[in-house]
Design a binder for this molecule. Sequence first.
Ligand SMILES: Cc1cc2nc3c(=O)[nH]c(=O)nc-3n(C[C@H](O)[C@H](O)[C@H](O)COP(=O)(O)OP(=O)(O)OC[C@H]3O[C@@H](n4cnc5c(N)ncnc54)[C@H](O)[C@@H]3O)c2cc1C
Length: 269
Amino acid sequence: MIKVAIIGSGIGGMASALWLSKKDYEITLFDKFNPLEFNTSTGLSFNYTINLRGKYSLKKLDLWEDVQHKSIRLAGRIIHSRSLDIYQKYGPSSRSSLYSIPRHKLIKIFFDKIITLSNINFKFNKEITNISYNNDSCYISYRDRISKIIHIQEFDFIIASDGVNSQVRSIFADRLQWSLEVFPWAYKEFKLNSNEVKKCKLSLSSLHIWSSKESLCVGIPNQDKSISLLYCASNNKNFSLKAKKCIKALFGEVKTLSNFDEKKGWENL
Ligand SMILES: Cc1cc2nc3c(=O)[nH]c(=O)nc-3n(C[C@H](O)[C@H](O)[C@H](O)COP(=O)(O)OP(=O)(O)OC[C@H]3O[C@@H](n4cnc5c(N)ncnc54)[C@H](O)[C@@H]3O)c2cc1C
């Protein structure tokens, strides 16, 4: 059997594992965390919006019904400004809608399917630290985050799906002399609970956008009638203060969930 390692068990890694499991492959899925114990300090988004393409893939993997059941349909978006709110429908039919689902729920749906398959092996809390290869094989070095022991395992193929700060990409960037330019923006995540959503009279069937010359805030509704807010702006020393001020001006005092700084990474607040 051909041995494939997939690095990263986000939606990219899990979907790749499910696709490959249909063929005669022995798949090992690595992640430096336990994907079921997700919290925002891992630096991952907390909502997904699924479009027609995502829906197509999920249907092919027989996951769509479950995802649809746990998501909320967004027929359009509302662009808010001081003077008026503009509603834009996503398309002529309900097929064009987006579906919003919290990340942990989508990951759990993938996970529950994967554990029923005998040719996918999960390795959680294993952080990939290096990759080497010769003509026939690749070797993955990974560190067990609990025991701190480094292991080396041989594979025929490696698929890297380790996200925005990809360790695999930096391993190869060093070897191939690539360079990486980081978009100099920072993010902060907030959440409006159902009472705050009601008070602000925000629709739960649309995505919300508040933009200015300097910043963008996106609101994504959830099934529990809360709205996840993502505030993005240029990363400078006043970022955090500006974010809180802007959110306060829009919605009053709301809970900050996490903070992302290009230099410091993610931190829970
Ligand atoms: C702030 C923010 C907000 C976003 N909001 C949205 C949104 O609202 N809607 C939407 O559709 N998309 C959103 N996105 C984009 C979305 O998060 C990504 O497109 C999607 O998560 C990419 O999936 P992935 O599986 O490729 O990577 P990820 O989801 O990033 O998963 C990568 C996995 O690799 C693991 N990993 C990383 N390094 C290693 C290593 N060295 N060894 C082992 N494992 C490793 C990580 O633990 C993680 O589980 C947002 C992204 C960000 C940053």
